[in-house]
Design a protein around this ligand. Sequence first.
Ligand code: NAD
Ligand code: 0WE
Length: 263
Amino acid sequence: MGFMAGKRALIVGVASDRSIATGIAEAFAREGAELAFTYQNDRLKGRVDKLAAKLGSKMTYPLDVSSDDEIDALFAAIAKDWDGIDVLVHSVGFAPRDQLDGTFVEAVTREGFRIAHDISSYSLAALAKGALPLMEGRNSSILTLTYLGAVKAVPNYNVMGLAKASLEANVRFLAADLGPRGIRVNAISAGAIKTLAAAGIGGFRKMLHHMAKVSPIRRTVTTEDVGNAAAFLCSDLAAGIAGEILYVDGGYNTIGMHLDEDE
Ligand code: NAD
Ligand code: 0WE
């Protein structure tokens, strides 16, 4: 029997086979969890329905996290099928495309900053708020996805770095509030992975190459690596972990210097 048997998990953030949320859903299903999914818009519904079916779920719901009405409707609909939620995965991040090109100071605008923080950070608090009645008092957990750009300056990541810094603080404040109500809140800081959210980012291939060259495990991480860590963090095996940012980046963030082996 898997270590997530009996857990009901809601997964927000599947857009393709390559999404980090897809790797998380696959690991959860393998460990025996029951799954429900959201899709951002009708264009993505077919793909999410297909993944849900493959993992034995018929529960898919529309959700654009910028809409309070859609958040309310989501939890009202889920409450009809489930008496509670044990796991909520938030795997959502977005800034307008022009924010991720060029230098931070040149790219940043008031509107770009607002959207990045609304979609990438506020949405975690909004979903936690909406899910609270269904999650409290059942050893449940909330997980979000962050990136190194929250704590170090990474070229082109720009205002997303500020939004991820906010998201990481959000994890700590939510963990402090919701821990006493039986809900653990944590984040995984994943290494760079080629997903839709990475498509068309200038220099992304070079970044992957650099990570594989210098990180302790000498390869980039996969959605399967992240999925396995997520399954652990959201299971009762991690009952002692809250407010944590767990790096699943092959140790890249721990390196202070690299010497080329062949130079
Ligand atoms: P992805 O494009 O597959 O997933 C991003 C998801 O965000 C999509 O499912 C999209 O539908 C959703 N989304 C965006 N705006 C939304 C909105 N308004 N309402 C609802 N959903 C919305 O890419 P991914 O790489 O799997 O990204 C998932 C998370 O992982 C993001 O938070 C990202 O910042 C984080 N992350 C990614 C990497 C990486 O290198 N790919 C590394 C570390 C962290
Ligand atoms: O968080 C992310 C992706 C963030 C992202 C990506 C896009 C592309 C399409 C947010 N918004 C958008 N908006 C779009 O229109 N990552 C951690 C992956 C990522 O993105 C980068 C990276 C890495 C790593 C951007 C620049 C530099 C590094």
